[in-house]
Design a protein around this ligand. Sequence first.
Ligand code: TRP
Length: 342
Amino acid sequence: MKVEMQTKKRILSGVQPTGDLHIGNWLGAINNWVTLQEQYETFLCVVDLHAITTAYDPKELSKNTLSTAALYVACGIDPKECSIFVQSQISAHSELCWILNCMTPINWMERMIQFKEKSIQQGNNVSIGLFDYPILMAADILLYDADFVPVGEDQKQHLELARDIAQQRINAKFSKNKNILKIPQPIIMKNGSKIMSLIDGSKKMSKSDPNEGSSINLLDTPEIITKKIKRAKSDSYIGIEFNNPERAESRNLLMIYSILSGKEISQCENEFSETGWGTFKKLITEQVIESLSPIQEKYKVLINDPHQLNNILIEGKERADDLAKKTLKRVKSKLGFFEMGK
Ligand code: TRP
């Protein structure tokens, strides 16, 4: 008797290897992948080609790439179940990106909010790569026929763009009946998808923030964590609330506490309704240190075992390369490229 295997739907996501990952990356992205990995066939990319769209240090790139991959695993991604790979190892990303570049109208790109925001920060030094960032991201996603892409709210527009390029500029134009590219759906992570800066609750926690006190990095020592939370912005209210629009910092820290402790927001609100900032900061400091400690321990073991890490990335690359090659071949053939005779 033939046993029908139910195939899992596929997800693809990634984080840039720019410097230390912080709890925003963890709670907003990696931690969600951890919950999704059982249910989905999971591809997780370290997007190092994206990391060079703004100024970077070549001495750090490879180290950061490895450390980001190690952190995926340390945070609970199972490398036996998931394919973890490095974007620049698979040349199909750049190649599909070029093809999609040629199919995408420039005015679609001029609407990209993240580009506008980042280019303001960069002043005169904005590269074509930064402008092209969303198309490279589209290539990342479309190469793997991803059914779903878990992303934070701020990446929704990029995912829309990937869908539009695939549907309107590739499928509709180059294929009459069968889709060439699969149209991906977003999974917008609600909890933790936006962890804010510790020193300004209206700004997202970001690796590019020059103020180190704005984020808690996954590899921060207990002393540093204590110092950062002590200096985090507070306000003059008593009690920690979630829904008061004037209290962005209180909301943010309560959200972090709730996710890390596994307690519902409402339960935390009750617990801290009369707690002062000093006491709350002590409690959240303990919680953050306790939650990061197993990640840091696992990270230490992995980063000191380059052989194991390398094997994880080789296996991930092989699985990813297989799929990526097939998609690229399909696209090139439908778009009319010359094919070598056998
Ligand atoms: N732009 C994403 C971010 O900043 C990172 C990213 C690159 C990504 N390629 C991707 C996310 C593909 C999901 C899928 O968060």
